[in-house]
Design a protein around this ligand. Sequence first.
Ligand code: G6P
Length: 370
Amino acid sequence: VAAEKDGHKHFMHKEIFEQPRAVADTIRGRASLEQGDVALDGMELPADYARSLERIVIVACGTSWHAGLSGRQMIESLARVPVEVELASEFRNRDPLVDERVLCLAISQSGETADTLAAVKIARARGARAYAICNVVGSAISRECDGGTLFTRAGPEIGVASTKAFTTQLAALFLMAVRLGRLRGTLSPERARELLEDLRRVPSWMEQMIRQEAQLMPIAKRCAAARDVLFLGRGSEYPVALEGALKLKEISYIHAEGYAAGEMKHGPIALIDEELPVVVLATREPAYEKTLGNMEEVRARGGQVFAVVTEGDTHAASLAEVAITVPPAPPVLVPLLSIIPLQFLAYHVADLKGTDVDQPRNLAKSVTVE
Ligand code: G6P
């Protein structure tokens, strides 16, 4: 129904544009600048429990698993508790080391993914308390979690390729990381306030990313003609590289690989030639100079570099054929911004190829069987 698309050609395009609103809704009423703290409505997280935690195990699939990888960095850096991120389909099929000192956090847009639901049941059976980040109220996973659910407020996501669900999951994870940091005493109210101020700026920063859509077109044309596309990222940008590659392969059917930039020398470098577009997430995160080195290595081998760089970083931009810029947000929040050009890239490549953007072949919006 064209009306529901509000003038957009596809739901995915509309949902990319909805992200500033979806993230603002997810934060609303939860982040308190006055108190320098967060209210996790729906999650029951007593202070003594948060302090005694030994480990957090995140279980998820697909895009939600990528959100979990970012969540690990947020929680470990802000709340100083070790986090493992598990593919639910792997976790459920082995004999995982989980007990009552472990907090199990399931991340699921639909709340119905069979593997994630099974992983939660196993963790609970072994004594862990289970929590969820879900987009669908009343969903099976949210009902199974005894610790409660922090709901993302993305609204219904129709496109099979997840966009606004992903960025709202990142916002929810950031809220949880700040709350855990406050409860565990690793974040002062002042530091928490600064972090929450940055979080509140994310929706307008996202608008800036959306305004750069047209600049993606030359990259999209190049990628549409390619057989493979490589995505590289390091630190906070590594999960973004994985998610960018997943988006592209899901809807354009072009083989795409996301790789940790530091691992390029252990394999993907063999693929580089004039035919291979390489998308590099080169925003200023702590080890980003090394990522600039990767860009030089790709160029030296004739590869075409497209980059996402920090605003004002002319050096990084000069190493790329086309550079998209990200506002100077703290590295833990950059994934909410740097993913947007990669969503647009996948979208436009698929649209140029004429594939069924909203309902790609063989994929389902939610996978309720094993
Ligand atoms: C399917 C969807 C993906 C999603 C994954 C996990 O593969 O096509 O977009 O990331 O399931 O779904 P969930 O609802 O658990 O986040």
